[in-house]
Design a protein around this ligand. Sequence first.
Ligand SMILES: [Zn+2]
Length: 316
Amino acid sequence: MSTRQYEGTAVPAGIPADAGIDIGGTKIAALIVDEQGAVLARGSSPAPAREGGAAMADAAAALVTRLCIEAGASLRAAGVGAAGVVDHASGTIRAASETFVDWVGFPLADELSARLGVPVRIENDVNAFLLGEAAGRDDRDVLGVMLGTGVGGAIIVDGDLRHGPHGAAGEIGHTPGYSDLRCTCGQTGHLETLASGTSIGARYADRTGASLDSREVADRARTGDADAIAVFRDAGRALALACASAATLLDVPVAIVGGGVARAWDLLAPAVEETLRTDAPITGIPLRVIPASKGGDAVALGAIESARRAHAVPAY
Ligand SMILES: [Zn+2]
């Protein structure tokens, strides 16, 4: 049996497969997927974000290698979805939150490729989320919105993920006009001031003085708390308005909404549906705004899709 060496660990040749890696500030999650799309192995490990890029690459490579051994998989390519502004052409991180030490400028794709012995593609995590959610759908034009700590966005047009000349296409969270509130970016009125997890908590605190996270505000809304219901109504309306604007500009008929806040879809949906009735694109696009369906796997699945497209690895 032929073997490939990784830091003294023999990886036996086995089932052809690809790895998807979701790198966040606290956790690295990975999937090993065969050519037909079946998940062969799944796992996670703590992200040593404060120890620098090399430590992160070591941890990701060790996780993938362990999962490949578990699954009897022979790796062909790997994709990474990473938080921050990603230069997918050079395979480096261009900007990231201060949680990540020695991460900006780190040649993540090259470093991981050297450790794993296969080509590696890196992609922004929201872009990867949308590729993962859109895979297997008939729609060739899809907007993605991630309602997490902040609000991220991504766009697929005619089947291709749009990066834009500055790698910033789809940044719907920092489009203006939704409130008079100061945004995390320093500007005023952005979608993020109403629809992020952080903002759900902050807007509830504005109304009541109570300091809760978005999940706790959701729990209160479900017990009939009028302030909590209003916070989600404002978030849902702003989300739908942003999606309607994007749909009108780009002729995109579906928006997929993920992230922690989207788990409270029951609370967002009434305002989303009402706003889609009152502010539908006048062009007649039958816009649907729907919750994500692939849960915690979406980023890793999309990272695999990105790697397969970039390296022309056959999926079937
Ligand atoms: Zn902003």
